[in-house]
Design a protein around this ligand. Sequence first.
Ligand code: ADP
Ligand code: MG
Length: 275
Amino acid sequence: MLRQANTGVAVYGSDQSAASSAGMVLRTEKLRKFFHSGSQEIVPLDGIDFSIDRGEMVAIVGPSGAGKSTFLHLMAALDTPTSGAVYFAGNSLQSFSEMELAEYRNRAVGFVWQRHHLLPDFTAAENVAMPLLVRGQALSQALRVAADWLGEVGLGERAGQRAGSLSGGEQQRVAIARALVNQPVLLLADEPTGDLDERSAEGIFELIERLHRSHHLTSILATHNLSLARRTERVLALERGKLAPGAEVLAGAVVHAGRPESSGVRTPGERVNLV
Ligand SMILES: Nc1ncnc2c1ncn2[C@@H]1O[C@H](COP(=O)(O)OP(=O)(O)O)[C@@H](O)[C@H]1O
Ligand SMILES: [Mg+2]
């Protein structure tokens, strides 16, 4: 445990007090990211102010190339901003040492990619165990924990199967188990259903919803899929470098039933999430 949040709760997810206490988990401030492509400057993120409270599930929608992956990568400390800041539990990631960043990536964040990035020649259990091994856990213990997680994602019988021989939907389940095996606070999922057929996509989304609730996660999903996005508590649209309520994108969206007090799409200023 390298840091304590401002609130005094432990930053990392294995501490259950962190998982159950209320409050802001992550915040971005004037977040900007520029890329240079030849003589052209690409500005996918042009001053993003965003925050998410513990236990919330937010969808980020936007056309391809809008900057959804870039945004998730900055929040996961997989990339650094051109300017602005990301705060996790009140601490700026920029103030973290390399070791603290490595621990943040390994312990605080679970990241799910559109393409699962499993090691195809390793078994499902070995893939799920990988973040535990990185953390220094013994192989036998790590494989036991991994087997439990595979049970939780509905693949208890497949622990010993080569990851490369699983179906696309099954591979994504393994990737989700791997993302959560360290019990992170934050789940960041980058188009987790993007490569799947409709039925598998629905199954993966339901799994994420279930795990989000049962593990008290704080989840941010980037997705193209508006019918899945509108099932989250809050939808934000990323376009031309800015983040705005997703109401226009979802025009006519049916309100998510989980939050009767809310329209599911908040207006600017209603909460701290947007400027
Ligand atoms: N490493 C990079 N170098 C140059 N341009 C990049 C890089 N990463 C992303 N981009 C550009 O930034 C924009 C946003 O990309 P991305 O975040 O992947 O969008 P999305 O995930 O919404 O499709 C795109 O125009 C993309 O080409
Ligand atoms: Mg992307």
